[in-house]
Design a protein around this ligand. Structure first.
Ligand code: TYD
Length: 217
């Protein structure tokens, strides 16, 4: 059927939205498969995260992409069986988190995106619709501060940079839908608001996307 990715920094509300979107679509009669990344066990070394160097970012990116290649086969299988697949994080997480540290070497966001897309050639499934939750890092850090097993990426200064890069990349993709067609449609939704408001906007975006898709079939 189709594939929807939910993106955003840690504490932006992706997991809650993914679950609610699943129930919303099931109530409408769709079959929905909910999944998330990291999927398997990508090789993530704390020293790579802390270093922030181009070399470390490259190792991390390759590790997340390798994990995604395996994940994408499962997703492709579900799409073929008629499911709507919702993934909590996907390719744009690698662009935002690892691409950020590749930027000094590759110079522009376009080059970062092209490079990461190029090495993602073996990935079998690509989202046709991405919902990006945009939250300010103060709110996101206060939401995640009480969580157990926090990710080593969740440091406020870094999340601020990740957020800016997420937005830069999303706007870049939206500005040239033909060039970046592999990445599908992107909807940016502010998620500082109340959960019910975020949900309303996200379901609105997904419904518009699904009705457009049905018309083109
Ligand atoms: P997260 O969504 O926090 O997973 P969980 O809720 O299971 O802890 O993801 C873990 C971290 O991995 C998060 O801080 C972002 C990071 N990440 C990347 O840096 N690159 C990627 O490609 C992906 C998928 C995740």
């Amino acid at each position: 059927m189709t594939f929807i990715a939910i993106e955003g920094i840690d504490g932006s509300g992706k997991s809650t939205l993914s679950r609610r979107l699943k129930s919303y679509l099931e109530d409408k009669g769709y079959r929905v498969f909910l999944t998330s990344e990291p999927y398997g066990n990508p090789l993530i070394r704390e020293e790579w995260i802390k270093s922030g160097s181009v070399e470390s970012a490259l190792k991390l990116a390759i590790s997340f992409i390798t994990d995604r290649v395996v994940h994408s086969r499962k997703i492709a299988e579900r799409i073929r069986k008629g499911y709507i697949v919702i993934s909590d994080r996907y390719f744009l997480s690698t662009v935002a988190y690892q691409g950020l540290n590749l930027k000094p070497e590759l110079a522009t966001p376009e080059k970062v995106l092209s490079f990461l897309l190029g090495i993602s050639e073996p990935v079998e499934a690509w989202p046709e619709c991405t919902i990006m939750l945009d939250v300010d890092p103060d709110t996101s850090v206060s939401r995640i501060s009480g969580r157990k097993g926090r990710s080593p990426f969740e440091e406020k200064g870094y999340l601020e940079d990740v957020r800016s890069f997420y937005l830069e990349i999303a706007n870049l993709i939206a500005s040239d839908r033909v060039k970046w067609k592999t990445l599908g449609e992107i909807f940016i939704i502010k998620s500082n608001a109340r959960r019910s408001e975020v949900m309303k906007q996200a379901t609105g975006a997904v419904s518009r996307f699904l009705s457009g898709e049905n018309q083109s079939q």
